[in-house]
Design a protein around this ligand. Sequence first.
Ligand code: NAP
Length: 270
Amino acid sequence: MEQTRTTAIVTGANRGIGLEVCRQLAGRGLRVVLTARNAEAGRAAAAALAAKRGGEAGMVEFHPLDVTDGASIEALAGHVRRRWGGLDMLVNNAAVSLEGFNPEVVRRTLATNFFGPLRLTDALLPLLRDHGRIVMVSSGMGELSAFPRELRAVFLDPALGRESLLELVERFGRAVETDTLRADGWPRSAYRVAKAALNAHTRLLAAELRRTRPTLAVNAVCPGWVRTDMGGRWAARGVAKGAEGIVWAATLPAGGPSGGFFRDGRPIPW
Ligand code: NAP
C-alpha cells in the first residue's frame, strides 16, 4: 500500500471545472484520482492530463464513479482503502443542470447534485486522514435569497438536523409530484433546491466535524459563472478561474475555515 503522497478525489472530472481542478491539483504535486461516470471519457481525460505532466506515474489516475450509484461509490471507497489506506481531499464536483421541470428532472437532479455528494462523503469520511478537506461545489443559484422567508428560515434553523434536511428535500419532491410547489413557495428549479440543500448539509457536517474530527474542514464553493457545457459559451469566466476557488478550499491550511460558503476565497451569503 502506497501512502506517502497527498491524495485528492475529484468527481465528474472528465470535463469542465472538475477536469481543471484535477489539472491544478496535479500541478501542486498531488496524486489526483480523476473520476467520471463514463469510463472511456474519464480514462482519456486522465491520460491526457498525465501526458501533459510528463507521464509521471501515479500522479493522475482514473477511477470510475457514478455518484448516483451506491455500488459505484462502495467500489471507489474499497479501492481507496486498499490502494492508499486513506485520502486527503474530496472534491464533490459532479452535477447536472437539466432542461425542463417535471418529477423525473427533479429526481435526477436531486440524486446527482444532493444525494450523490451526501452518500459519497458518508462513504469516504472514515477514510479521510487528519487535516483532510471536503469541498462541496455549489452555486450562487442555491442562495437562499431566491427562497421565500419561511423556507429560508427552515433551511437556516440552527436546530435543523440531517433527518429534517432529508425530510425537507423529500417535501420538495412531493410538492413537485402533487403540483403544490406554490403552497410552500418552492422555486421551480431542482438545481436551486439541490444546491441550497447541499449548502445546508455543508453547515451540518461542519458542525458535526467540529465535535468529532476537528482537524477536518468542509466548505461549499461557488465557482462563479464558468464557460463549460453547463455554464455555456457566454459565461464570464474560464475554467482556470472557476477552479481556483475550489482548489483554494481543497488546500486550506490547518486552522482554515470550515462550514462556510465561498467564491474566490471570500465568504458569500447562504
Ligand atoms: P459540466 O461541464 O456539465 O460537467 C459536469 C460533470 O459532472 C461532467 O463530468 C459529468 O459527466 C459529471 N456528472 C454528471 N452526473 C454525474 C454522475 N451521476 N456521476 C458522476 N459524474 C457525473 O459542469 P461544470 O460547469 O464543469 O460544473 C461543475 C460544478 O460546478 C457543478 O457542481 C456545477 O453545479 C457547478 N457550477 C457550475 C457553474 C458554471 O457556470 N459552469 C456555476 C456554478 C456552479 P458526463 O460527462 O458523463 O455527463
